[in-house]
Ligand binder design. Structure first.
Ligand SMILES: *[C@@H]1O[C@H](CO)[C@@H](O)[C@H](O)[C@H]1NC(C)=O
Ligand SMILES: *[C@@H]1O[C@H](CO)[C@@H](O)[C@H](O)[C@H]1NC(C)=O
Length: 504
């Protein structure tokens, strides 16, 4: 061995520590539909060697613990950062930290006010890091992160959860003043969304607008401002699905739009992750559902599930059940625990299960939707048109019955029905979050007709299935090496590797 020497310039270079990995700090909105895709995004970034910190609050962190452990076992550099939830917020009962915990419409605004108060703790956490992160990725609704990023000189991308088609409609509506027109309109007036490359008609009730409601003006303004000052956008979609809208959105925003999805396919080689996304896996339930599906013919089952937020009161719930029964199609139906609280409903449901034994299965509470949609027996999906659900269905080649409930869902429906040609509308016309029990928005006849049409034979149904299958294949290709989403992700990570990180 050579005697110790003064290091030469070359060996000093060799001994210098490697550059720190690219570090993304992700700040999801505290709602399941917004958190789940960002958790998938964290995994995708970490698989490319980036370090990822997911910022949330204690109640939400507890739900994500399984995921963090899972990432640790897979040796992925994903950590959970828990900021204390602000206390003493006027009008917000303690313990509420997630939108799905809100049971009273008056608690939504205070919850958003509480979230804004996380800006201080977030900035403190970032300042304590040995080096500034490479980039902050925050939900479109988390406008309060904008000033934090600016004050630290950290680039910021916003993540918007809906389809790019929806986000473009929303941006065009703002830029062309559509909201002012619809505000003065009658319920049945129709409007064409301006600036779209395809014809899109909306009513006052289905017009685009996130946070665009009375009482939300400040949040809405701040979110629009944060969108304009961001360095770019991340959308959970892929070019072969929405290229024309991505191109227009990029032009309208004047900044890069990174299409990196479908994020749900981050889990495609990992059965446990597929079963647990955003929730502790319920192994017993998963096994029961899988065993039931295993006994059904390929493509024969229609799956019905309506997302984490909307709640059907008995009359509407009965219409769904009877509609599925009347369709004659084998079904797997998910009802929420809160929907079957009373003895009446419970009894009704048991009677339905008895009548449809052998061809109907009712699951109560949360189910592993991704695992179900990827099961060969599932041939159709009755969905509320939340973008995550639609994209999960498309990614697995499953055509849909569309029953939008609120927010972006009505325009997501237009995309899958009119543009992509993979959906049959149930005929819902107006937004509902918690169904009232006087009027039923959708009848058993509507459900039975749409399900039969989707699952039946005939040229149109075959064509829908063919297109869905094709999009499913394209979705998988987009996420493989050489695919558009895979390569976009490479470029995104590389762009921060090149620009390096500032010392604090
Ligand atoms: C929101 O922005 C609009 C136009 O930019 C402005 O007229 C309005 O006063 C703002 N509202 C609030 C509550 O900040
Ligand atoms: C994503 O990749 C496509 C090519 O597949 C490219 O045209 C596009 O510019 C990329 N997006 C960004 C934001 O770089």
């Amino acid at each position: 061995m050579a005697p110790a020497e003064e290091p030469t310039a070359a060996t000093t270079l060799e001994l210098a520590p490697p550059p720190p990995p690219v570090h993304f700090v992700i700040v999801p909105l505290v709602a399941q539909g917004h958190t789940i895709p960002m958790v998938d995004l964290a995994r995708l970034l970490a698989e490319r060697g980036a370090r990822v910190s997911l910022v949330t609050t204690p109640v939400n962190a507890a739900r994500l613990r399984g995921l963090a452990n899972h990432a640790a076992r897979a040796k992925l550099p994903v950590d959970l950062v828990e900021l204390p939830f602000p206390t003493d917020i006027d009008g917000l009962p303690p313990g509420i930290e997630n939108i799905d915990q809100v049971k009273d419409n008056n608690h939504f605004v205070p919850l958003f006010e509480a979230l804004q108060k996380l800006a201080g703790p977030l900035e403190a956490y970032l300042r304590e890091l040995p080096a500034r992160p490479s980039c902050l990725i925050s939900d479109w609704c988390n406008a309060w992160t904008a000033d934090v990023a600016t004050s630290l000189g950290v680039p910021r991308l916003f993540f918007h959860g809906p389809s790019c088609f929806y986000s473009l409609c929303d941006l065009n509506a703002v830029d062309h003043g559509l909201h002012k027109q619809t505000a003065a309109a009658d319920d049945h007036d129709k409007f064409v969304v301006p600036g779209m490359p395809v014809h899109v008609e909306v009513t006052k009730a289905t017009a685009p607008g996130f946070l665009n409601a009375p009482g939300w003006e400040t949040f809405w303004n701040e979110s629009l401002e944060a969108m304009r000052t961001a360095d770019g956008a991340i959308v959970n979609t892929f070019l072969d699905l929405e290229e024309q809208f991505v191109t227009c959105y990029e032009a309208a925003l004047g900044k890069p739009v990174w299409t990196l999805g479908p994020f749900c396919l981050a889990n495609r080689r990992d059965a446990e992750a597929m079963a647990s996304r955003g929730n502790a896996p319920d192994v017993a339930k998963q096994n029961t559902v899988t065993a039931w599906l295993d006994g059904m013919d390929t493509g024969s089952v229609v799956f019905a599930n309506f997302g984490s937020l909307a709640r059907k009161l008995p009359k509407q719930l009965f219409e769904v059940g009877h509609g599925l029964e009347d369709s004659g199609v084998p079904f797997l139906w998910v009802v929420k625990d809160t929907e079957v609280e009373t003895p009446d409903v419970h009894e009704w449901l048991e009677a339905l299960e008895t009548r449809t034994a052998g061809r109907g299965h009712v699951a109560r509470g949360w189910v592993p939707q991704l695992a179900i949609l990827s099961h060969r027996a599932v041939g159709g999906f009755v969905t509320h048109c939340g973008w995550n659900s639609l994209l999960e269905s498309i990614a697995h080649g499953v055509p849909v019955v569309t029953w939008p409930h609120f927010a972006d869902q009505f325009l997501n429906e237009r995309l899958v029905v009119d543009v992509l040609g993979v959906g049959v509308p149930v005929g819902a016309a107006a937004p509902v979050m918690i169904f009232d029990d006087e009027n039923v928005a959708v009848t058993r006849g509507d459900v039975a007709r749409a399900v039969s049409e989707l699952m039946g034979g005939g040229e149109e149904a075959e064509e829908r299935r063919r297109k869905a299958k094709e999009y499913g294949e394209k979705a998988h290709r987009a996420m493989e090496k050489g695919g558009s989403s895979y390569e976009n992700l490479t470029q995104l990570v590389e762009s921060f590797r090149r620009s390096g990180r500032k010392e604090s």
